[in-house]
Design a protein around this ligand. Structure first.
Ligand code: AMP
Ligand code: GLY
Length: 435
């Protein structure tokens, strides 16, 4: 059977790696993939990113199942395109993906369906946005409306920081671009200004087949660049699974108050949800849970430790998810925790440098062969004539299982220490909240 994974990050490397383990008779393609998927003898990179071209390629190559990693192709309607041509694909349609691609859409959706979230207002005029900030007071959160790869959010501790973020996102000039925001042709850029929530964050990810909901293991991301949760927001600097902050009681509450009402609410609005659904949670000291955001995909880097722990055959799970058969699937998890440490490029997240040579990867491939509890997932890497170089912000995610969280951490950092590239940035405290 031929399988296709769309994307080029660490998340996609992890999905493709797990799919390739389903059976040696399957062929797993990754479009466009990265240096790590190029190095893996079981995976095959395909240099196509255009949605229609991918669909044509999938037809020509008898792809039996496609799974989509990132938000961009989902918001471009890759699921609609594949389905319209009778191809099996797991992901949300373009309409359903608006839960992630437009913060304004998802906030209005949550309000309409009484899904707990922070109070907010939407602005396209910078002066009105600033007046709202003055009225509400800092700390306050400024978010770009539109896809911004998890990096278009400023948690402003002061009014001045909030004003600067507003100017950068919707003020005069090219600010929106600096934030990586994609606005639809000619459409006015917007910001969502949100109440500042306090508490502990967790990532809650489920699979939805249009009818049934199947939760994955819990996880926690580390959004800030620096140790101690300092510095700017990033796409995620590391993650671990499970997240003890999600107790069985919190788990039940999230399913009841957030996940089920979201799937029902989408249906009530005429949209059948299929695909992964990721709720970013803020869990307060009072055990109240609010939704920070929805993503219509797996998290990156959460996927790496989550899939490290998944014992059930991923192909069986995804196949069932495209046949409304998730009620027949029971997920089996390794009881051991997993930790993933992101190694990021110099200059990330503002202006990541490309082209630095990565050393030590051959040693780690040997270590991986000897030790199934460690895996180095690639993201922003490139392989040219057997030379591996950096090609994006988040370069690698070194992931390890351990008998305890401490052991998993030790195992991951041991491998991190054997890999090097100029200007590498990584956090030393991944998993600190659970210790
Ligand atoms: P988002 O992309 O909306 O999840 O935001 C990225 C990060 O910004 C989150 O993971 C939080 O750390 C932080 N954040 C977002 N919204 C809020 C909020 N309302 N209150 C406090 N922190 C927030
Ligand atoms: N790690 C956060 C995300 O995938 O959006």
């Amino acid at each position: 059977m031929n399988l296709l994974v769309v994307g080029s990050g660490g998340r996609e490397h992890a999905i493709a790696w797990r799919l390739s383990q389903a059976s040696t008779s399957h062929k797993v393609f990754v479009a466009p993939g990265n240096g790590g998927t190029a190095l893996d003898p079981d995976l095959h990179n395909i240099d196509i990113t255009n949605v229609v071209a991918l669909r044509e390629w999938a037809q020509a190559n008898q792809i039996s199942l496609t799974v989509v990693g990132p938000e961009q192709p989902l918001s471009e309607g890759i699921v609609d395109e594949f389905r319209a041509h009778g191809l099996r694909i797991f992901g949300p349609t373009r309409q359903a993906a608006q839960l992630e691609s437009s913060k304004a859409f998802s906030k209005a959706f949550m309000q309409r369906h009484h899904i707990p979230t922070a109070a907010y207002a939407v602005f396209s005029d910078a002066e009105l946005a600033k007046a709202y900030v003055v009225q509400q007071g800092a700390p306050i959160v400024v978010k770009a409306d539109g896809l911004a790869a998890g990096e278009g959010v400023v948690v402003a501790m002061t009014q001045a920081e909030a004003f600067a973020a507003i100017d950068a996102m919707i003020g005069p000039g090219d600010g929106a671009q600096a934030y990586g925001i994609t606005t639809k042709n000619g459409e006015q850029a917007r910001v969502v200004i949100e109440e500042f929530l306090e508490g502990e964050e967790a990532s809650f990810i489920v699979l939805v087949d249009g009818k049934n909901i199947l939760p994955l293991a819990t996880s926690q991301d580390h959004k800030r660049l620096l140790d101690g949760d300092m510095g700017p927001n990033t796409g995620g600097m590391g993650a671990y699974s499970p997240a003890p902050v999600v107790t069985p009681e919190i788990h039940a509450k999230v399913m009841r108050e957030i996940i089920q009402p979201t799937i029902k609410g989408m249906l009530a609005d005429g949209i059948q949800y299929t695909g992964f659904l990721y709720a970013g949670l803020m869990i307060g000291a009072d055990k109240k849970v609010k939704t920070l955001e929805f993503n219509c995909r797996l998290g990156d880097p959460e996927t790496q430790p989550i899939l490290m722990r998944l014992k059930t055959n991923l192909l069986d799970v995804l196949w069932a998810a495209t046949e409304q058969g998730l009620d027949k699937i029971e997920l089996d998890w390794d009881r051991r925790p997993a930790v993933g440490v992101v190694m990021a490029a110099n200059g990330y997240p503002v202006n990541p440098r490309k082209g630095d040579v990565i050393s030590g990867q051959n040693n780690t491939r040997q270590q991986e062969e000897n030790n199934p509890n460690v895996k180095v997932f690639h993201a922003g890497t490139r392989l040219d004539n057997a030379v591996l170089t950096t090609s994006g912000g988040r370069v690698l995610c070194v992931t390890a299982l351990g008998g305890s969280l401490k052991e998993a951490r030790r195992a991951a950092y041991q491998v991190v220490d054997t890999i090097g590239f100029a200007g590498v940035q990584y956090r030393l405290d991944i998993g600190h909240k659970a210790l």
